[in-house]
Design a protein around this ligand. Structure first.
Ligand SMILES: Cc1cc2nc3c(=O)[nH]c(=O)nc-3n(C[C@H](O)[C@H](O)[C@H](O)COP(=O)(O)OP(=O)(O)OC[C@H]3O[C@@H](n4cnc5c(N)ncnc54)[C@H](O)[C@@H]3O)c2cc1C
Length: 374
């Protein structure tokens, strides 16, 4: 598919793939076993990858959504936990929404790989149904006082800045009374606790409690009570990221299973010489490549501000996540009993493939979104 991409995009892929192989891959199993390692993630920040999709005007490389997808695909191909750490945070919204002070303090440092961010929207009672958010931010003089509980917030314990969604006008529907507020690390009343995950275990997914947590009203991102729109925009924008990660995971599944099938000998020959195995691999490869084509078409549409880009990104996420799951499942089967060992790469791929079907819009919710357009 390389001929589909520009020279610059292919050069980016080469740069990220080399970094992923040399720096991320040797630690991927270890962070899956022991959990998130901030020093490991700092290497991604120091390599200048955060700014790759950001516009040149904002200090980035201007490689847009296609650039971000290439990056996420290549990182996910070796370490999907690191890709998740990269893709969340809600900071892209700062580019167009944040005031000058917030941009100086957090946006540009984020673009330059100096800080990590978290996007805290989900609550125990508000997952797919964002209109059930209960966390509140009550104005008291020049401050907001935040109270509530957020769950499954990626980077929740390690982030330098948490972008929390809270109700600022309880007299109207959540869609018209929620705001996005920036809470810096160490603010009294914000208490985060990592969640023990079964998937993407090398990422920091946390629960965050807000107890009379005070921040200045100038920490409001964008306009008051417009947070629902921003959150939906952020999630919709994130769909293509999850899709790109799934492509990396699916390709890894094919590569790992093919490698194993070439070396595992049964009945006097490598198992890949059985059509049952090579057909499985062929179908895995075909499905993930078909999904990849859709992902990059959708990414290109986003960069060109195509009015149908949102629908295509949703379709790309449905297809890419399912293709990755298909590859992970069939790949694991090819590993036989070895696939049931805790130290087998295929079982990590299998666990990691699942998560993208959930975050940034579950497959079922995306089918509702796409179904409305058919
Ligand atoms: C690895 C990971 C990272 C995450 N990171 C973040 C983060 O950084 N910030 C954040 O705010 N959140 C994050 N989340 C949370 C994620 O956004 C939610 O898990 C997701 O929105 C789904 O919500 P839920 O888990 O409550 O599932 P639910 O909404 O309870 O859904 C449960 C099941 O019911 C289905 N369902 C629900 N409603 C319908 C319907 N109307 N029709 C048909 N089916 C339906 C769903 O598709 C799903 O299969 C993360 C989750 C994961 C797994």
């Amino acid at each position: 598919m390389d001929s589909y991409f520009s020279q610059e995009q292919n050069a980016l892929r080469e740069r990220v793939a080399k970094f992923a192989k040399e720096v991320l891959e040797p630690k991927a199993a270890e962070i899956d076993e022991n959990g998130f390692d901030i020093d490991h993630y700092r290497k991604v920040m120091e390599a200048g990858f955060v700014g790759v999709p950001v516009s040149k005007a904002d200090g980035g490389e201007g490689m847009g959504t296609v650039g971000r997808c290439i990056l996420l695909e290549e990182i996910s191909r070796v370490c999907p936990s690191t890709a998740l750490t990269y893709l969340v945070g809600g900071m892209a919204l700062y580019g167009s929404l944040a005031n000058d002070e917030l941009k100086e303090k957090y946006y540009y440092p984020w673009v330059n790989g100096k800080i990590i961010a978290c996007f805290a929207l989900t609550e125990p009672g508000a997952g797919s149904d964002v209109s059930s958010v209960k966390t509140t931010a009550v104005r008291d003089g020049d401050e907001y006082v935040i109270n509530g509980y957020k769950s499954q917030a990626t980077n929740g314990s390690c982030a330098d800045v948490v972008n929390v969604y809270a109700i600022t006008d309880p007299s109207v529907k959540v869609s018209r009374g929620m705001s996005m507020i920036c809470v810096p690390k160490g603010t009294p009343g914000m208490i985060a606790k990592p969640t023990k995950m079964a998937t993407l275990r090398g990422a920091d997914v946390s629960e965050i409690e807000f107890k009379d947590c005070r921040v200045p009203v100038t920490n409001l991102v964008g306009e008051e009570n417009k947070g629902y729109k921003y959150a939906m925009g952020g999630i919709a924008g994130g769909r293509i990221n999850a899709a790109a990660c799934s492509i990396g995971i699916g390709i890894h599944a094919v590569e790992a299973a093919a490698e194993y099938a070439k070396t595992r000998v049964q009945f006097g020959k490598p198992i890949i010489e059985n059509q049952a195995i090579s057909f499985k691999l062929a179908e895995m490869k075909a499905r993930i490549e078909a999904a990849k084509a859709l992902v990059y078409k959708a990414a290109d549409m986003i960069d060109k501000a195509d009015p149908d880009a949102g629908t295509f990104a949703s379709m790309a996420k449905i297809e890419a996540t399912q293709a990755a799951q298909f590859c992970a499942d069939n790949g694991l089967q090819i590993f036989g009993g070895d696939g049931c060992r805790a130290d087998c790469v295929a079982q990590r791929i299998y666990r990691d493939a699942h998560a993208a079907r959930i975050y940034d819009g579950t497959t079922e919710i995306l089918k509702l979104v796409v179904g409305r357009t058919v």
